[in-house]
Ligand binder design. Structure first.
Ligand SMILES: *[C@@H]1O[C@H](CO)[C@@H](O)[C@H](O)[C@H]1NC(C)=O
Ligand SMILES: *[C@@H]1O[C@H](CO)[C@@H](O)[C@H](O)[C@H]1NC(C)=O
Ligand SMILES: *[C@@H]1O[C@H](CO)[C@@H](O)[C@H](O)[C@H]1NC(C)=O
Ligand SMILES: *[C@@H]1O[C@H](CO)[C@@H](O)[C@H](O)[C@H]1NC(C)=O
Length: 386
């Protein structure tokens, strides 16, 4: 009996130590997950290709089977839009994150793209990734993006009207993207995303929230920009989004305004799962447009993209956005936004007599479209306007 007590004391002590340790681990993990990262610090993270890579490391394995949604979505209007506003999605990934992130894009929002391509430096059968001949790493994102866009231009330009770039921690609501783009003309040199004010006079679209280029924008970028190093730098380093912003401004591509009617952002460089109770401090000062101060809302109700998602959050968003219904509340949107009148005045200064980049260039360039497209477009457009 005498020997038992000290033993039990020791046991209790050990137990308390273990509990303490577990708490410590849990807290430090939580701290890691909620830490915000200033985009200005991003380049310092040489070893990780994307800034939030540490967040997805210790997660439980997400489900390997996708929840049941179809491609294109069952809704008739969304299906029509799928046919009419054709978006190629280009996701930048790296071998390290093929299976922790990219594959989960393929199983969630990526299925709603008209075409989904993963740009990496290694081929991967399951993912279907393209192996670009560039160096990996965050500081090499510019040459990688450049090579990726060149690849897309070379192999997939004809069949698509809009070209979306996303990272492998971006979540995109494709139906909202198409509805937004439907009002715009892909023959105009324009691109959309989350506009930041620094570095480029005209502003640039932050990389993480993704950006989408019109067919004309991509055409000019590759034909006029990539071939001329005084417009698009051929340095092998630099912020991908800033360099692209400079480059596009240099070839007369306008950074469009994608905010909604309340002035709220549609491309959001973080996730609504991380907005509350406050957005990260770095966010507001970087914005090109000041946010409406009467609104403490995170994001537009017709939001298009969210950033810094880990694999698990892809499935959470998928469930909340596509599956969850609320009894007695109808959240249907009205008809599609009206087509915007041509905003040629804003990019007129770049109009050249050069046929290859002028306003009618794409009509000549895309012979495959002469069959069905013109009729089809006007017919369906009038159907949408009630
Ligand atoms: C979309 O296009 C496909 C293939 O061309 C066609 O079978 C389908 O009926 C179209 N859907 C709508 C809603 O127009
Ligand atoms: C390259 O761009 C510069 C600046 O816009 C221009 O002056 C020059 O003519 C271009 N060079 C070629 C070969 O197009
Ligand atoms: C905030 O104010 C702007 C301009 O005054 C207005 O257009 C917008 O509808 C308001 N937003 C909300 C959410 O009330
Ligand atoms: C489009 O028209 C041109 C000239 O009329 C023709 O040569 C071409 O084959 C047509 N494209 C397709 C896909 O039929």
């Amino acid at each position: 009996m005498m020997g038992v007590r000290p033993n039990r004391k020791r046991l209790e002590l050990m137990l308390m130590l273990l509990i303490g340790l577990a708490w410590g681990l849990l807290l430090s993990e939580l701290m890691k997950r909620t830490r915000w990262q200033n985009p200005a610090d991003r380049l310092k993270e040489e070893s990780s290709p994307f800034p939030s890579s540490q967040r997805s490391r210790n997660l439980p394995t997400p489900p390997t089977t996708a929840p049941s949604t179809t491609n294109p979505p069952p809704d008739i209007q969304a299906a029509r839009l799928f046919n009419e506003t054709r978006v190629l999605c280009m996701v930048l990934t790296s071998p390290k994150t093929h299976h922790t992130r990219a594959i989960h894009i393929k199983r969630t929002w990526g299925r709603r793209c008209n075409k989904l391509i993963f740009m990496s430096t290694k081929a991967d059968k399951e993912l279907g990734s393209v192996a670009l001949n560039v160096r990996e790493g965050y500081s090499n994102l510019w040459p990688k993006t450049r090579a990726a866009l060149q690849y897309v231009y070379k192999h997939h330009f004809q069949k698509y009207d809009w070209f979306l770039k996303a990272d492998d921690d971006t979540y995109v609501i494709m139906e909202n993207l198409r509805a937004f783009l439907h009002a715009h003309n892909f023959r105009e040199p324009v691109y959309f995303g989350n506009k930041f004010r620094q570095h480029v006079k005209e502003g640039y679209m932050s990389g993480g929230a993704g950006y989408v280029m019109s067919k004309m924008a991509l055409h000019r970028l590759v034909k006029l920009g990539f071939s001329n190093s005084s417009i698009c730098t051929n340095r092998n380093y630099g912020y991908e989004d800033v360099e692209l912003g400079r480059c596009l401004a240099g070839v007369g591509v306008v950074g469009g305004d994608s905010r909604d009617e309340h002035g709220l952002s549609r491309f959001i460089p973080f996730s609504p799962l991380h907005w509350y109770p406050q957005p990260p401090d770095w966010y507001q000062p970087l914005l090109y447009y000041t946010s409406p101060d009467n609104s403490s809302d995170c994001c537009s109700s017709t939001a298009i993209s969210f950033h810094y998602n880990n694999a698990q959050e892809f499935y959470v968003l998928e469930y909340i956005i596509y599956k969850l219904r609320i009894f007695g509340i109808n959240r249907e949107l009205g008809p599609l936004p009206k087509k915007k009148a041509s905003s040629r005045t804003t990019w007129n200064h770049f109009q050249t007599t050069n046929d290859e980049t002028g306003h009618n260039a794409l009509i000549k360039m895309v012979p495959g479209k002469n069959v069905t497209k013109p009729n089809y477009r006007t017919k369906t457009t009038s159907k949408f306007k009630k």
